[in-house]
Design a protein around this ligand. Structure first.
Ligand code: AMP
Length: 287
């Protein structure tokens, strides 16, 4: 497995692979890899001849007061991890390589980028769309793999690819959790033992919501209150949002019917954690 830092090196390697008829999978990450990333890499390795993992802490998707500087990085560990899972290439560019100055171009998916995480992170998804546009063009992969953990990101990327005719297939992969239910995240490293224990309330509150919905509760307001009340049984640094939205426009719904996303973001100490579930209910027939 090779690690390269320049766009030219990636393009030369991929060109050779393509000339040999290889199908190429891309797994975009910000590094500090864990089993959640691992599930994406494994899927790509199983579905493609070659797998490229990008490791890039993308500055354009961080707001001014966010954790760009302190975001965890460990390239030695990441490269051993990727190699073990059978990846073929790591693309690990410097910010100057991805954003040579001056830089004037932007990619933005409206509506879907505005709610949920977009409300408190107004520049985030424009930064995500920009870096993914560049990575998709640089690598020229046939497929790219994303986690359902970042549900809004996955929907936005799928929409961008569809709206703008990118020649790539986007594949969503399930959330990988620790044994006790905490969704894996590079940011979990910020948590103290006590905060980590409190953060278990996220998956617990979503499981509770699912139970209530399965038992017949369909009122979104009631479910949101059940989730918030559960979160408030522990000490936390603030609920950013608890939202129940449809999975096409991410519009809030009043009644849970069809395919519905329940998503939340809550702060614990230095970490802002997200989690979600998708509920699939048969559409209610008009009476
Ligand atoms: P990140 O490095 O946080 O930007 O994540 C890179 C990719 O890994 C994104 O597509 C994430 O959705 C995905 N990912 C991160 N955590 C998990 C997880 N716990 N389960 C599944 N996918 C994940």
């Amino acid at each position: 497995m090779k690690i390269v830092k320049t766009i030219q090196e990636v393009q030369e390697i991929v060109k050779e692979w393509k000339e040999a008829g290889a199908q190429i999978g891309l797994v975009p990450t910000m590094g500090y890899l864990h089993a959640g990333h691992g599930s994406l890499i494994e899927k790509s390795v199983s579905e493609n001849d070659k797998t490229v993992v990008s490791v890039f802490v993308n500055p354009t998707q961080f707001g001014e007061n966010e954790d760009l500087e302190s975001y965890p990085r460990d390239m030695d560990r990441d490269s051993a991890f990727c190699e073990k899972l059978g990846a073929d290439l790591i693309f690990n560019p410097e910010p100057e390589t991805m954003y040579p100055q001056p830089f004037f171009s932007h990619v933005f998916v409206d509506t879907l980028s505005e709610g949920l995480c977009g409300r408190t992170r107004p520049v985030h998804f424009a930064g995500v769309c920009l870096v993914l546009t560049k990575l998709f063009h640089i690598v020229g992969a046939d497929r790219a793999y994303f986690g359902q953990k970042d549900a809004q990101q996955l929907l936005i990327v799928k929409r961008m690819v569809k709206d703008l005719n990118f020649p790539i297939t986007i594949i969503g992969c399930p959330i990988v959790r620790e044994e006790d239910g905490l969704a894996m995240s590079s940011r979990n490293i910020y948590l103290t033992d006590e905060e980590r224990n409190n953060a278990l309330v996220l998956s617990r509150s979503l499981r509770l919501a699912k139970e209530k919905i399965n038992a017949g509760e369909a009122d979104a307001g009631t479910i949101k209150k059940i989730i918030s009340d559960e979160i408030n049984t522990v000490s936390h640094g603030g609920i950013d949002y608890v939202e129940i939205v449809d999975t096409e426009r991410l519009d809030p719904v009043d009644t849970i019917t069809g395919e519905t996303l329940i998503a939340l973001a809550v702060r614990f100490g230095k970490a802002r954690l997200i989690d979600n579930i998708i509920i699939k209910k048969p559409n209610q027939r008009p009476s």
